[in-house]
Design a protein around this ligand. Structure first.
Ligand code: HEM
Ligand SMILES: *[C@@H]1O[C@H](CO)[C@@H](O)[C@H](O)[C@H]1NC(C)=O
Ligand SMILES: *[C@@H]1O[C@H](CO)[C@@H](O)[C@H](O)[C@H]1NC(C)=O
Ligand SMILES: *[C@@H]1O[C@H](CO)[C@@H](O)[C@H](O)[C@H]1NC(C)=O
Ligand SMILES: *[C@@H]1O[C@H](CO)[C@@H](O)[C@H](O)[C@H]1NC(C)=O
Ligand SMILES: CC(=O)N[C@H]1CO[C@H](CO)[C@@H](O)[C@@H]1O
Length: 324
């Protein structure tokens, strides 16, 4: 074999090994052909009866992907010698673990040991968005489940609601996501709720002088203090992030952000940078379908962050514990 062919074969080998580290559409076509239908049917049957679950199921995919890649590490229970991601502050308010377990049971009954918990999270997130009136998209599958989950890594990788623009930019860039992805994925806040502690600093003591965050619409701040987070220590009241349409996937979140009514500093940060600010305006002024298409693209991108494929990781039998 001459030099030329050795190089060509080496390149082909590289291409093949990268390709095998990728997800693909309809990965379960042969191994579990009804998998996606089973997930979709379960979501469309149960979410209308428990509409408040759609949003945390979408958020779960985000939290999963930002820590060790989309490998269902977010689902692992803590043990006596390990504080898992679940026990980290950002996860205190995650919900929907039982929902994922129910889907997993159905899939284990259909085809044991085949469908990963990580793929279930990605499929459920997509199908939950659809139920709220949002876009649908094809979810590349073939993720494998990780075996490690650490609370400290959740804290380090998931942006806090108090994050400023540069922190958001960095934390997204660390996952291969750009500023458009940041704007589009923040659009997930068009559905769901927050607890007061994620933003009470903006209402009561922004700089340690008993002041409000000047970047929050003062009328809205007054309203939140009078009707929602009545004391600085309230940790139980919930607040709609997109009041008026918090169960509908629409553009209204961005309208609020432009009106300085984004609930978190991280929402407000989107208009502190000229590029992201103009992108927010562009989305608000564009057709809903453009937001839907772009959001879907960013979800697919987020869903590929650090995925484990091939023989990496495992297919967990129970999503909350690694296989023994
Ligand atoms: C840009 C950085 C982000 C920050 C700082 C952030 C922060 C937060 C916080 C603090 C909450 C409220 C939790 C609570 O108090 O109950 C929340 C809720 C939520 N987040 Fe984000 N988030 C971000 C990006 C995302 C992304 C990328 C997604 C999904 C694509 C997402 C989806 C959601 C959803 C759907 C909820 C509502 C959850 C519910 O109703 O229980 N967020 N987020
Ligand atoms: C953003 O927040 C980080 C972390 O708190 C801080 O170090 C940085 O100085 C802030 N950047 C700006 C521009 O305020
Ligand atoms: C605001 O924060 C400062 C500094 O942390 C603290 O000394 C002060 O007591 C707080 N004020 C209120 C009203 O909570
Ligand atoms: C809320 O605050 C109370 C009193 O400070 C505390 O006992 C409780 O654990 C907190 N709950 C949550 C969900 O953080
Ligand atoms: C994981 O933890 C939850 C909450 O503590 C518990 O209900 C569930 O049974 C645990 N799952 C497994 C498989 O141990
Ligand atoms: C859903 C979940 O697992 N929440 C946990 C978050 O962390 C706290 C404190 O470690 C646990 O008590 C919760 O069970």
């Amino acid at each position: 074999m001459n030099h030329f062919w050795v190089i060509k074969l080496a390149i082909a080998g590289l291409v093949i090994s990268t390709a095998s580290a990728q997800l693909k559409l309809d990965y379960y076509a042969k191994s579990c052909p009804r998998a996606e239908t089973i997930v979709q049917n379960f979501v469309s049957k149960h979410i209308p009866n428990a509409p408040s679950l759609a949003s945390p199921l979408l958020r779960m995919h985000f939290h999963d992907c930002f820590v060790r890649g989309c490998d269902a590490s977010v689902l692992i229970n803590s043990t006596s010698n390990n504080q898992a991601e679940k026990s980290a502050a950002p996860n205190l308010t995650l919900r929907g673990f039982g929902f994922i377990d129910s889907v997993k049971s159905l899939l284990e009954a259909e085809c044991p040991g085949i469908v990963s918990c990580a793929d279930i999270i990605a499929l459920v997130a997509r199908d939950a968005v659809v139920v709220t009136g949002g876009p649908s998209w094809s979810v590349p599958t073939g993720r494998r489940d990780g075996t490690v989950s650490k609370a400290s890594e959740a804290l380090a990788n998931i942006p806090a609601p108090t994050s400023n623009f540069s922190t958001l930019q960095t934390k997204f860039a660390n996952k291969g996501l750009d500023l458009k992805d940041l704007v589009l994925l923040s659009g997930a806040h068009t559905i769901g709720i927050s607890h007061c502690p994620a933003f009470t600093n903006r209402l009561y003591n922004f700089t340690g002088k008993g002041d409000e965050d000047p970047s929050l619409d003062p009328e809205y701040a007054a309203n939140l203090k009078a009707r929602k987070c009545k004391t600085p220590t309230d940790n139980t009241t919930i607040v709609e992030m997109d009041p008026g349409s918090f169960r509908t996937f629409d553009l209204h979140y961005y309208t609020l952000v432009l009106k300085r009514r984004g609930l978190f500093q991280s929402d407000a940060a989107l208009i502190t940078n000229s590029l992201t600010k103009s992108y927010v305006s562009e989305l608000v002024n564009g057709p809903l379908q453009t937001f839907f298409d772009k959001f879907a693209e960013s979800m697919v991108k987020m869903g590929q962050v650090g995925v484990k494929t091939g023989s990496a990781g495992e297919i967990r039998k129970k999503c909350a514990v690694v296989n023994s």
